[in-house]
Design a protein around this ligand. Structure first.
Ligand SMILES: *Cc1c(COP(=O)(O)O)cnc(C)c1O
Length: 374
């Protein structure tokens, strides 16, 4: 069994995807072909924002956002410590200071109460200006924007949404990708909406910001390709990936329902466990991962036993960012962010994708329960 089975999806969507790819090959507009603009329109409509800017990958999307908003040296950007490194890596790459914040142990998302504490700390220390917070929709569940928005407003912080895992998620009537000043998402193959290589997009309701992002995406282009208004980068989504995504986006609402089916079935089969995922009232997860917790000292043994039975499991993420060697210069210590550290020691993700049958889900759940008793 594959952890995320992309071959089954291809069996279903293959003919349409091949037809889309064929059209790109025949037209030979590999960069900036009509598929890219069409995809941007569809993405914006799906998320419910006015602007989508397709780009090379999710990391580049985040970095371009920081460039467009002039976040850099002297600026503090708050990030959860329990996430993929890209969230904070781009902050450091732009010369700004990532300030790590602990998570809510139930949702795994940034803890607004701890964010308030860290903002005060940075203010008092006076070395960096609090400017932005990058909220991550971890495992597919939108961050707690209802509490983040008033806090950001009070302190004049820009909210940026890292929706790399959140695409398809919802909070109330708003879809992931529609929160904050702008959102970055990723189309890495294993994400809820994935292409066949690297891809990403920026989503926003701010046309001026979108214009700046389009310019940055193409070396800071102005009125024409050889007028450069600013320093930018090369971060295009190619037409082939856009063609693949157009087909997959059409299938996405149905797949999202299948993800809910699988997660709900796991929930029923594992209902006796204290650590199954928590989805707050009014929220919908895109189930980028189905993550639960096991006792830290038993985790390696459980994973080995499941591997033996042909069941792949993963750890997202085994080490919180404040303890990563890459960020050692900031002096993070073990014990600083207890909820993130505990999550890193205990989490385990089970396979979840839209093409898992009920029987497969039952069998995975059964094997997992057996491994807990061993
Ligand atoms: C995958 C991911 C990214 C980066 O996306 P890429 O397309 O791989 O660059 C950023 N943030 C989070 C939370 C992710 O899961």
């Amino acid at each position: 069994m594959d952890f995320i089975d992309l071959k089954k999806q291809y069996q279903v969507l293959g003919p349409a995807i091949r037809a889309g790819i064929e059209r790109v090959l025949e037209r030979a507009a590999f960069i900036n072909g009509p598929e890219v603009g069409e995809l941007e329109k569809e993405l914006a409509a799906y998320v419910g924002v006015s602007e989508a800017v397709a780009c090379a990958n999710g990391t580049a999307a985040l970095e371009m956002l920081l460039m467009a908003l002039d976040l850099g040296p002297g600026d503090a950007v708050f990030c959860p410590a329990f996430t993929f490194i890209a969230t904070a890596e781009v902050v450091a790459l732009r010369g700004a200071r990532p300030v790590f914040v602990d998570i809510d142990p139930r949702t795994y998302n940034i803890d607004p109460a701890h964010l308030a504490v860290k903002i005060e700390e940075v203010r008092r220390a006076g070395r960096f200006r609090p400017r932005a917070v990058i909220a991550v929709d971890l495992f597919g569940l939108p961050a707690d924007y209802q509490r983040l928005e008033p806090l950001a407003e009070k302190h004049g912080l820009i909210i940026l949404e890292d929706a790399a895992q959140g695409f398809g998620g919802r909070q109330g009537t708003r879809r992931a990708g529609a929160f904050g000043r702008a959102a970055a998402t990723s189309f890495f193959p294993a994400k809820p909406l994935g292409c066949y290589g690297d891809g990403g997009a920026l989503l926003t309701d701010d046309p001026e910001l979108a214009g700046k992002l389009r310019s940055i995406r193409g070396h800071g282009a102005g009125r024409d390709r050889y007028e450069h208004l600013r320093l930018g980068t090369n971060s295009r989504l190619d037409s082939l990936q856009a063609a693949v995504l157009l087909v997959k986006l059409k299938a996405f609402p149905g797949e999202l329902e299948e993800r809910q089916r699988v997660a709900a079935r796991y929930g029923r089969r594992l209902s006796g466990l204290p650590s199954t995922p928590f989805i707050p009232e009014g929220c919908l997860s895109s189930w980028a991962q189905y993550t639960l917790r096991v006792p830290a000292e038993k985790r390696a043994g459980i994973m080995a036993a499941l591997k033996e039975k042909g069941l792949p499991t993963m750890i997202y993420y085994p080490r919180p960012l404040h303890l990563q060697p890459a960020f050692a210069a900031y002096g993070g210590r073990s014990g600083d962010l207890p909820a993130s550290e505990k999550a890193s020691a205990e989490v385990l993700s089970l396979p979840l994708h839209p093409y898992l049958s009920d029987g497969e889900v039952d069998s995975i759940a059964e094997k997992f329960l057996e491994s807990l008793d061993a």
